[in-house]
Design a protein. Sequence first.
Length: 499
Amino acid sequence: MVFGGLKVKSKANNIPTVQLPGDKPSKRQIYQYRQNYGVNLGACFVLEKWIFHDLFIDNTNFELEAAEKSMSKLGKDEAQKKFEDHWNGFMTDDDWKWLEDHNVTSLRIPVGYWEVDGGKFTDGTKFSKVKDIYKNAWTIFKSQFVEKAGNHGISVVVDIHGLPGGANGDSHSGEKEGGDAEFWSSSSAQLSMCDMLRFIAKDLKSYDNIGGIQVVNESVFADDPKKQRYYYGAAINSIREEDKEVPVIISDGWWPDQWVKWVQEKQDNGNIGVVVDHHCYRCASDNDKKKSPPQIIQDLEGDLLTNLNDGGKGVDFMIGEYSCVMDGQSWDKDNANAKRDDLVVDFGRKQTELMNQRAGFGWFFWTFKFQSGNGGEWDFKTMSDKGAISCPIAFRGKSIPDDGKRDKRGEEEFNGHKNYWDNANPKEKYEHDRFKDGFLTAWNDSKTFAEFNGSVIGRKEAWKGGRLAEHIKAKGKGKHVWEWEHGFDAGLKAFKDSW
């Protein structure tokens, strides 16, 4: 155990920076760096009984239990067929069209470690005895989900939702219902997952539309997360051995600022290509249950991704899960039930507004579909039809600002910047051309993104950091490099405003 722990720790050292090529953004880069309006495919590859119940025979409650019971009762071949029918039939052609028509740009797909590469990574785990059920799961994942998503201009976030022993005590680890988060005390499990992540990075590298690889879902809260730090570092390095660019997504363990600081510390020499995943639920904590729905909506402004070190500089966020659900105790307050429909719409729209501002990588509703009827305020289609959620970055099909607008707006912004600083400090020898360079870089990159289905630069911190490194290499650092950064920010905003 001690040796294994040291091995994980040593693998966590020296996380490399991610470099941007100097060319125009490629299709792959646009998938990796754009802002996403997304949804989760809950209960597809990681079963959850409350969403899809058919595979939970004889009162089973979590996936391992369901797989064991299916195999013993139906036999291996029939159990395998039943699971594969579930995966193969989960998405219809109409579903894919619906997603595209509603401007969904990315799917976050929860996957269990037991499904990767035909169950190869189940040795020594609780899933080893049922791995034959999953021997085609990874192939189906690629052909029926990654490839079909790509046909519709949609990216896939590969979310390793279930880890050996569980990254938290919830049933979606697949192995148990409740209990401890045993993954963090097992260095052998962590090393095995690093091997698995290396395989995933290599095996999926041929697909342009892999939006990111998430190394853990909802890590248990830890006041001193040293085990998470070591695993995250080792996981990132394992992925980077095979793919130098794909975004690596880490869980914030319900404490965003803790991981903002960690990423910032690791980025002394440039951006490391990490996205921090935060989940926004206002239906679970005792604190939220004490609030009325209007109070919850009002408080979002001050409690969703706020109070971050240095304003979160250099760190890109995603909201990997959110819903329009508030607890029954909240609805019982202030006669809120009488205005429920309106308040649900207000809640969804307020979340969308703030996530659009604060989650550069995007936000992913939980969840897409339910086996029986609809899931109400957990249901993506229902909430879309109600008008509670919609895509605020739906620029596909809109005419793209031309170079005349670029030149006109660029001149206005440049003159405003130059006049302000020259008047503020007439004796200073500024380098205002850096501002112009930054503006043009941001505008031209934005235009290339827009040409692919109306995409918008979303991982601004990472993209900006990469372009800044190129600028410094070409023009030197100097004390006025901040002018390039101001120009870049102005260029991003100007392009979006001109759309």
